[in-house]
Design a protein around this ligand. Structure first.
Ligand code: NCD
Ligand code: ZN
Ligand code: ZN
Ligand code: ZN
Length: 480
C-alpha cells in the first residue's frame, strides 16, 4: 500500500518548506520535494524487499500544512457505562475531525477501569475506534473495605466477588468513602499488573472530587503506587499539590534507581504552575515531572465562563484572567509539557439539569482543540512547531510511544493536513461528538483539519466547498 502526499507545507525550525510525503505500508517512507513516482517505482521493483508498490492514492496538499497527528493523553470516551454521552466510535470520529490520531482513555467509567477484567472489556470495546488508542488504569478503594460494610444494603455495588479474586475487585462507589470502620485498601496489586500491558501507560489517581466518584483522599497511597508504576497521572487541585510534589521529591531522592514519573493533569492556576516550575528545577525530579493544560483553560477565563454558565463548569474550574495568563507563560517557559483536551462529554440535558447541584463537570474538546490552537497561531500567540511539540511530540515522548509524534522517515504515517488560512465556524449540529455541543460554538476559527491519516489510512476528509465531512471505515490500533 502506497500513498503520496504532494506539495504539503511542513515547518522545520519554524520555516515553511514545500515537500512531498511518501507513505508505504502505514509508515512514512520518504519526505522529499518532487518525489518522482516512476523513478521511485523502478527502484522499488529492483528492491525485492519493498512490499506492494502500486499507487493507491495521491493527495494534493497544495496550500495545506502537514503535521504529525495529534496525541491526546486525556480523553473520556465514556464506554462502558455512559454511551448516551459518547462511545469509542463517536469519540474517535470527533478525534479524526480534530486532527487527533491517537488518544488515551480515562478510567472513570462505570464500572471503573480498575480491574484487569474491566481493562480487558475496555480493550474489546475500543476496537471500533478509528484512531489509535491506549488506556490509563484507575486506582480505587477496593471491596475489601466494602466487605466490612453491608453489601446487601447497597444496590449500587454491582461487582460480584468471585472466589479467586475475593478482596481484589475494585469499586469506585461513593459508598466506599463512608466506610470508616473497615480498613481502606486499594487495588494496588491490579494497578501493578496493569503496567505489564503495553496499552496502559499510566495509573490515574483522583485526589479531588470530579465526575465518577474515584476520589482518594489518603496521599500516602501514592508512595506505594510510585514503586510499581511507570507513571502516576493525577487529578489534583492546588490545595494538595505542594504536599504531593514534596512526597514525590522525597520518593525520587530515596529511590534513585526508580524511573517512575509523575504527570499532573489539567493545570488551571498560577499557583499550580509556579509550584510545578519550582519542583521541576530539582535535579532528581528533572525529566520525571510533567504537566498538561487543556484548551479550555488556555482559551477561557472566568468572565467567559460566566457567560457560558453551566457549559463551562469543569473540574478543575476555569479561573481568572491572571491565572489564564500564567498558563500561557508556563507554556512559553516550558513548565507545561503537554496540551490535552480532557474531552469530557455530557449531554446538554445533563448540563441543563434544573437542580444545579446535579450538573456534571466537564466539556467536550476533541474537535475544537487543534482549530483553537491553529487560530492562536493565526493570532501570533503560538507557532505551528509549538503545537507539534505540545500536542504530539511531547505526549509521544512522555508516554514512550515509539515511532509517533514526528513527521519523519520511518515513523508511523499518523498525519493531519490542515488549511491554516481557512476560517470555519463551529456549529453544534455539525459536530461528530455524540453530545453535539461545544463551549466555543459559533466562534470562527482560522485553521481547519482537511485530511487525517491514521497508520497511513485516510480516516477523514473535509470538503470546504460543500462543508461535508467524510469518515472512512478504518480501524485504529491499540498502542504498543
Ligand atoms: C471529567 C469527566 O467528566 O469525566 N470532568 C471534568 O470536569 N474534567 C473528569 C475529570 O477529568 O476530572
Ligand atoms: Zn462498582
Ligand atoms: Zn480530572
Ligand atoms: Zn478528565
Amino acid at each position: 500500500m502506497r500513498l503520496l502526499i504532494k506539495n504539503a507545507t511542513i515547518f522545520e525550525k519554524n520555516k515553511p518548506l514545500q515537500t512531498d510525503i511518501l507513505i508505504e505500508d502505514g509508515v512514512i517512507a520518504k519526505i522529499e520535494p518532487n518525489i518522482n513516482l516512476k523513478a521511485d517505482k523502478s527502484k522499488a521493483d529492483k528492491n525485492k524487499n519493498t512490499k506492494g508498490n502500486n499507487i493507491i492514492k495521491t493527495i494534493d496538499a497544495t496550500g495545506l500544512t502537514a503535521l504529525p497527528g495529534m496525541i491526546d493523553l486525556h480523553v473520556h470516551c465514556r464506554e462502558p457505562g455512559a454511551t448516551h454521552k459518547e462511545d469509542f466510535l463517536t469519540a474517535s470520529h470527533a478525534a479524526v475531525a480534530g486532527g487527533i490520531t491517537t488518544f488515551f482513555d480515562m478510567p472513570n467509567n462505570s464500572p471503573p477501569t480498575s480491574t484487569l477484567a474491566a481493562l480487558e472489556e475496555k480493550r474489546n470495546l475500543a476496537k471500533k475506534s478509528v484512531v489509535n488508542y491506549g488506556f490509563n488504569f484507575g486506582l480505587v478503594k477496593t471491596s475489601e473495605a466494602i466487605a466490612t460494610n453491608d453489601l446487601k444494603s447497597d444496590k449500587k455495588i454491582q461487582h460480584k466477588k468471585s472466589k479467586k479474586s475475593k478482596g481484589k475487585k475494585a469499586s469506585a462507589d461513593a459508598k466506599t468513602d463512608k466506610i470508616s470502620k473497615g480498613k481502606i485498601t486499594y487495588n494496588l496489586e491490579e494497578a501493578k499488573e496493569s503496567q505489564k500491558y503495553k496499552c496502559v501507560k499510566a495509573v490515574k489517581v483522583y485526589l479531588g472530587q470530579t465526575t465518577g466518584n474515584l476520589m482518594i483522599d489518603d496521599l500516602k497511597v501514592l508512595e506505594h503506587l510510585f514503586l510499581t508504576t511507570k507513571m502516576v497521572m493525577l487529578h489534583i487541585e492546588d490545595d494538595k499539590l505542594e504536599e504531593v510534589l514534596e512526597l514525590f521529591s522525597n520518593y525520587c531522592k530515596k529511590n534513585t534507581s526508580s524511573k517512575t514519573m509523575l504527570y499532573i493533569c489539567h493545570v488551571n492556576s498560577k499557583k499550580m504552575v509556579e509550584l510545578i516550575k519550582k519542583y521541576k528545577k530539582q535535579k532528581h525530579i528533572e525529566d520525571r515531572l510533567f504537566c498538561e493544560v487543556t484548551p479550555h483553560h488556555l482559551f477561557l477565563n472566568n468572565e467567559d465562563a460566566k457567560m457560558l454558565g453551566r457549559l463551562a463548569y469543569v473540574k478543575p474550574l476555569i479561573l481568572t484572567k491572571d491565572d489564564q495568563k500564567a498558563l500561557w507563560r508556563a507554556l512559553e517557559d516550558g513548565t507545561i509539557d503537554v496540551i490535552a483536551t480532557d474531552h469530557a462529554p455530557h449531554t446538554l440535558e445533563e448540563k441543563n439539569n434544573p437542580d444545579i447541584t446535579k450538573v456534571p463537570a466537564g466539556m467536550p474538546g476533541l474537535e475544537t482543540a487543534l482549530p483553537l490552537l491553529l487560530n492562536a497561531v493565526h493570532e501570533g500567540q503560538l507557532t505551528v512547531n509549538d503545537i507539534t511539540k505540545l500536542y504530539s511530540t511531547n505526549p509521544a515522548k512522555i508516554f514512550g510511544l515509539k515511532k509517533k509524534g514526528r513527521l519523519k522517515e520511518g515513523f508511523d504515517a499518523d498525519i493531519v493536513l490542515v488549511q491554516q488560512k481557512l476560517k470555519k465556524r463551529i456549529i453544534n449540529d455539525n459536530l461528530l461528538t455524540k453530545c453535539k455541543w461545544n463551549a466555543f460554538s459559533n466562534k470562527e476559527l482560522f485553521g481547519v483539519p482537511v485530511y487525517t491519516l491514521v497508520n497511513g489510512n485516510l480516516a477523514y476528509e473535509y470538503d470546504k466547498f460543500t462543508d461535508k465531512k467524510t469518515l472512512h471505515d478504518i480501524q485504529g490500533r491499540e498502542i504498543e
